[in-house]
Design a protein around this ligand. Sequence first.
Ligand code: ADP
Ligand code: MG
Length: 337
Amino acid sequence: MKAGGKRDWIFIGAVIVLVTALHFLVLARHSPLVVLEELYYVPLLLGALRFGLKGALVVYVLVSVLHIPFFFGEWTASPIGVADRVLHFVFSGIFAFTAGFLVDRERRKREQAERERYLAGVGMAATTIVHDLRNQLHLILGYGLRIQKGKGDIDASVQVIVDSARSMERIVHDVLDFARPVRLELKEEDARAIVSRVRDLCAKKAEEKDVLLSLDLPAEPTLVMVDGEQIQRALVSLVNNAIEASDAGHNVVVTVARRKTHLVITVRDHGSGMDKETLERLFTPFFTTKKGGNGLGMSIAKKIIEAHDATIRIESEQGKGTEATLVVSYEDKRKTG
Ligand code: ADP
Ligand code: MG
């Protein structure tokens, strides 16, 4: 079970205990406040909202068992009392089943819509990718033919061919990287060195857009157990996005900060920022708002980050900019498996 799921079960359990305590107080004091038992609808609703039909039914069984003492004693002294108790079981059962069923149906609908959007994205991305590859291929073919016919400057033609082939290689790499599982080669590395390499790799792009790319690094070595190449890849995606979202004159800052148990790397830009929909779909594979984007950068970055048991958080405000925060534990993951 995921940690979040466990926490929510504990919370629901605590609510049940609390309601039961109140309920039994009523029983012990022969108080007429039987209305307190209506509070059992709270954990039933929580179970349904969080865990769907399964959750609602589990809570129902639990709550029903806790309710059994009320079948004895004065509560069931008359036939009406018995009917009242039985109806209580029936109503809360109907409620649990209906709430759980509706939550599950809503979830299924949402998943279906998400799948459809994903497939539409895949279709669009496949078209974009094939177009990109075809454009580069045309360049290679065109300049190859020029060389063959002895036309134009050979060096310049060769450069175009090499650049186009590199660009094709990048596209192919992105698609393959997205498709295959991340395999980590963990090694102790200085985060400052990784971030410096990222700066070097992104410097040209920043310069072309007249964006100021700067680093804010600690003075001491900041060793961390990671696959440096992969973290570098993830950071390059984040920094490239930050540069692409920025206008001329804006700055993009990558910060490395040491905390007691973990390392925090942030990429901050003052560019376009994201609207709500973009923010929600940011990590959806093939989701892009860019002409010529493939929408894989953030998905690959997330895969890499999660493979490291690290986390990424994005805060963004439209018109103000975006901050991506990466939190990596210093812990040696090889020891903990
Ligand atoms: P791509 O860059 O190819 O579009 P990504 O997966 O890298 O694909 O990013 C997905 C989308 O998320 C982008 O198209 C963009 O709309 C949005 N995005 C990501 N980072 C930023 C950022 N720093 N500022 C604004 N928008 C961003
Ligand atoms: Mg990108």
